[in-house]
Design a protein around this ligand. Structure first.
Ligand code: UD1
Ligand code: MG
Length: 478
């Protein structure tokens, strides 16, 4: 193959999405639509990738990153106008360009490779990838002549009833000879229902000039689909999710109930990990081998090491160490690190904290901005008071500390190695290594308080029976 330059059209607003963000930035399995098109052109070996950006250009540029060059289409006057913006960047390039709509997320690299190779072998000026769809609504139609030869492409809004009845559609995936493309583009006009410069018009122009134009039917009509509405977006999501699930299962991951397991495209899961129902693994989440995840887990941009288990939890931007356990009903917020075999249990919230090797936070606790060493036990109801209304302050809990239940640790504060904090303490000063920190009201016992209280009550209610037993003296209300 002689190589090719890819032009990806990603400047449109996507009016039919009814959205404030550009259409190509809408996500499928956690990745923007345009990134799938970039996958395909990269896989097909494009030697240069040029992305036309316009609406929401900064967002789209960010998504493209180093994967392609961006060219601005300041005003979005149509797909033909979008391609015209690339003419300068291409200079005197005389080879093949593949033009692909940024919403053609179903295009696979292999399909593009075949399309480009066929185009180059044929020596055609243009090759259009078409598909026969049961429902061609919304697509441009391939109009053929008496001999079955392509005559032009007509957009649905400009089509006569006979033309609209055609079910062979334009995929918006094409190959062109670059010089022929730009020559023809100079002759298109916005004389159509939408008042736009249509890229599709170059096909008719080339044919009129006697240039060879080919139409290649996609072997799988799915690869020709565009995504224009949120209904089509949801359909794409469903199809891509199925692919992700299938790929993971075939690689050795058990999905107990695939339809209720939602895994983003960039998530990696190791062998023999079991994913239980109602689990969402999102963003750049990476899960090791032999883990149990779910039921009811939502995990975002989180790394989980081998043998860990997480159930009924929300976990954001965190790291879970080997053999660690989380849940049920835990919330790990960004910056949480659980080291090997650490345990975070029921109704525990952790934010930006490190929990050391083998340390346990089993119940009803909030830890924020805390560094917890190894072998620590945090009693039920422990709260790090990390916020003073102004800034967040750190709590340091050294190795082998025992924090008694229902303790408040008012940060900044440090509990030294092996120290104990008595249950119910509000700790406002550092506790030295090996010491007991106790900070609570002291207990006293009032003998016979219950009996005396009962007697007082009976007296007040007029049961004189036992009044002779009373001392007669004034009783203090304890
Ligand atoms: C387009 C084709 C149609 C084809 C369909 C396949 C035209 C005129 N129509 O229609 O024949 O059947 O794709 O999915 O080409 N864009 C720009 N700048 C613009 C306008 C659009 O960069 O000024 C980009 C959009 O961001 C989008 C792509 O071009 O990624 C296609 O635009 P879209 O509005 O989706 O075209 P369709 O109406 O789907
Ligand atoms: Mg489209």
């Amino acid at each position: 193959m002689a190589g090719f330059v890819a032009i990806v059209l990603a400047a449109g607003l996507g009016t039919r999405m009814k959205s404030r963000i550009p259409k190509v930035m809408h996500e499928i399995c956690g990745r923007p639509m345009v990134s799938y098109v970039l996958d395909a052109v990269e896989a097909a070996g494009a030697k240069r990738i040029i992305v036309v950006v316009g609406h929401g250009a900064d967002l789209v540029k960010q998504a493209v990153g180093a994967r392609g060059e961006c060219v601005l289409q300041a005003e979005q006057l149509g797909t033909g106008h979008a391609v015209m913006q690339v003419e300068g960047a291409l200079g005197d390039y005389g080879g093949t360009v593949a033009v692909i709509a940024g919403d053609a997320a179903f295009l696979a690299g292999d399909d593009l490779t075949v399309l480009v190779a066929g185009h180059q072998e044929s020596g055609a000026a243009a090759t259009v990838l078409s598909a026969a769809l049961d429902d061609p609504t919304g697509y441009g139609r391939i109009i053929r002549g008496a001999q079955g030869e392509i005559v032009r492409i007509v957009e649905e809004k400009d089509a006569s009833p006979t033309e609209a009845a055609v079910n062979e559609v334009n995929s918006s995936i094409y190959c062109f000879s670059a010089p022929r493309l730009f020559e023809a583009l100079h002759h298109i006009a916005p004389d159509n229902t939408q008042g736009e410069y249509y890229l599709t018009d170059v096909i008719g122009i080339m044919i009129q000039r006697g240039l060879p134009v080919r139409v290649v039917r996609a072997s799988d009509p799915l690869s020709a689909r565009g995504i224009n509405t949120r209904v089509q977006l949801a359909e794409a999501e469903r199809i891509f999710r199925d692919r992700v699930r299938e790929r993971l299962m075939l690689s050795g991951v058990t999905l107990v109930d695939p339809p209720s397991t939602f895994i983003d495209a960039n998530v990696a899961v190791g062998r023999d990990t079991v994913i239980l129902p109602f689990t969402f693994l999102q963003g750049k989440t990476i899960i090791g081998e032999g883990c149990t995840i779910g039921p009811f887990v939502r995990m975002v941009d989180t790394t989980v090491a081998d043998g860990a288990s997480v159930s009924n939890a929300v976990v954001m931007q965190s790291t879970i160490g080997p053999g660690a356990t989380v849940g049920p009903y835990s919330f790990l917020r960004p910056g949480t690190v659980l080291e090997e075999r650490a345990k975070v249990g029921t109704f525990v919230e952790v934010k930006k904290s490190i929990i050391g090797k083998g340390s346990k936070v089993p119940h009803q606790t909030y830890l924020g901005d805390a560094t917890v060493g190894e072998g620590v036990n945090i009693g039920a109801g422990t709260i790090t008071c990390n916020y003073d209304g102004w800034q967040k302050n750190p709590t340091v809990i050294e190795n082998d500390v025992f924090i008694g239940s229902n303790s408040n640790l008012v940060a900044p504060v440090k509990i030294g190695r092996g120290a104990y904090v008595a249950a119910g303490s509000t700790i406002t000063r550092d506790v030295p290594e090996g010491a007991l920190g106790i900070a609570r009201g002291l207990q006293r016992e009032i003998p016979d308080w219950v009996k005396r209280r009962l007697e007082r009550r009976q007296k007040a209610e007029g049961h004189g029976g036992h009044s002779s037993n009373e001392s007669g003296g004034k009783q203090r209300d304890e």
